[in-house]
Design a protein around this ligand. Structure first.
Ligand code: FAD
Length: 442
């Protein structure tokens, strides 16, 4: 069997490792466009703000590939998948054949169509290459603008401010982290960031980026001019579906996969930021953009590629734990209600005391989402209530009390099981020992 993986980050690397665990002999090849060894994107801001050195970034190096007998082809881009011939073609026209293929190509920052977008000093914040360029640019910069107040934009703003750069964040919506939290939580984080002298402008965007060869200012939609030495574009990402689309696989915003991570071609799987999958919290098919999810996808996809049929249910796309400055925030599941219809169907329980904020969103007596700000104790417990769809009707009046805990749910065994899937019946049999090699692992 020949396994081929496109993309060597969270999903691709986890898949490679899992494939080798499940299959000691087959050929495994991983192709990545990036020339660096696999590194954690989540830590990029720590490199820019100097909390971490570059050597601590790589989570797998040469040893791993040698030790596991996995062939790593770095710095090569796959430009086409030829499904009939079961092979892929790279940018240098080199070809690699496969029996089972995994597409783990992740996502790319969204670039707005604005005059001056190609000027020097305009960056995205997505790869180690980006982080290196930003770090170099900081040496001669005093003022920076960050476009977008999502997670990546705020990470960049924090890292720049730690380098004594005067930072202004421009957000077209009216709050921070518009996909993850609500306005009350946003106000608390805004105050926290403003302590660092980060300025935030809401309900605004850019009409042009100005400069001769290099950026020297931006013009806002309200025609005001803002001097700056650098601009970070952080207005979202889009899944890299190009290869899948060209190969005729079923795609929407992401690659469509079933609960075994199989695409519309039975020998091609996909995992990570590039896919769309059903979300138990929202009940809709959605993209997910977290490291944790990408790793899980990679693990499950690999298990299925190697023939261990393992169903993945219970995906939750939004699950963020962040702390830019002093205030930690956790958001999980459905955190925002949209439109009057949703307000009719859901109940909301909140506590706001100073800069501690807790919010639960409930539907049909089940918690489907939460936001915890500045007191994130027991957030894992509430996440377990969401994942296991536990009926909380008896406890609504005390659900956010400080002593509310697992003790109220003695009969629910959540916590004892991996909450991502039901335990295989095989393990429940009295003779499980004899069958253990064929039972599905957790
Ligand atoms: C700055 C930053 C901070 C983040 N912080 C967090 C965090 O704190 N917590 C969290 O949960 N998530 C965080 N994320 C999100 C997280 O990093 C992503 O969800 C995760 O990396 C997705 O993994 P992936 O393997 O699906 O794709 P990616 O990490 O995007 O990797 C895809 C890889 O495939 C390669 N590739 C693409 N096309 C091709 C091709 N045609 N040929 C060959 N190779 C190709 C790409 O170059 C890339 O190396 C952060 C992201 C960024 C950018």
């Amino acid at each position: 069997m020949k396994y081929l993986i496109i993309g060597g980050s969270a999903a691709g690397m986890q898949a490679a490792e899992e494939l080798r665990k499940k299959d000691k002999k087959s050929e495994i090849t991983l192709i990545s466009k990036e020339k660096d060894y696999p590194y954690s994107r989540c830590l990029l801001s720590r490199y820019v703000d100097k909390r971490m050195s570059i050597n601590n970034f790589y989570f797998k190096t040469d040893h791993f590939f040698k030790d596991k007998n996995i062939k790593a082809v770095l710095g090569k881009e796959v430009i086409e998948i030829k499904r009939q011939e079961k092979k892929v073609i790279c940018d240098d026209l080199k070809e690699f054949s496969y029996d089972k293929l995994l597409i783990a190509t992740g996502s790319t920052p969204w670039m707005p169509d604005i005059d001056g977008i190609n000027l020097a000093g305009v960056y995205t914040f997505h790869s180690l290459d980006d982080a290196k360029k930003i770090k170099e640019s900081i040496k001669n910069a005093r003022k920076a603008v960050v476009l977008g107040a999502g997670f990546i934009g705020l990470e960049a703003a924090y890292a720049l401010s730690k380098n004594n750069i005067d930072v202004t964040v421009i957000e077209k919506g009216s709050q921070l982290l518009p996909k993850q939290i609500d306005l009350s939580a946003s106000k608390i984080i805004q105050a926290d960031l403003e302590e660092l002298k980060i300025k935030i402008i809401f309900d605004e965007s850019l009409s042009s980026i100005n400069g001769e060869g290099r950026i020297d200012s931006v013009t806002l939609m309200n025609n005001s001019l803002m001097q700056c030495d650098m601009l970070i574009i952080a207005i979202g990402v889009r899944p890299n579906v190009f290869l899948a689309k060209k190969a005729g696989l079923e795609t929407d915003r992401g690659i469509i996969v079933d609960e075994f991570f199989r695409t519309s071609d039975k020998d091609i799987y996909a995992a990570g930021d590039v896919i769309e999958i059903n979300d138990i919290a929202t009940g809709k098919r959605d993209l997910s953009a977290t490291w944790f999810n990408a790793v899980l996808h990679g693990k499950y996809a690999a298990g299925n590629m190697a023939g261990y049929r393992k169903r993945y249910t219970g995906a939750v796309g939004i699950q963020n734990a962040v702390q830019f400055h002093r205030i930690p925030v956790i958001s999980f599941g459905k955190t925002l209600l949209e439109g009057d219809d949703e307000y009719k169907d859901y109940e909301v329980i909140t506590i706001l005391k100073g800069n501690v904020y807790k919010k639960l969103i409930i539907k049909a007596n089940r918690i489907v989402g939460m936001i915890f700000v500045n007191d994130i104790n027991k957030s894992g417990f509430y996440a377990a209530l969401i994942r296991n769809s536990v009926d909380i009707s008896m406890y609504k009046d005390r659900i956010l009390d400080s002593d509310f805990s697992y003790a109220y749910f003695k009969d629910n065994n959540f916590g004892e099981y991996n909450t991502y899937f039901k335990t295989d019946e095989c393990w429940e049999r009295p003779d499980w020992w004899a069958h253990r090699l064929h039972c599905q692992m957790g």
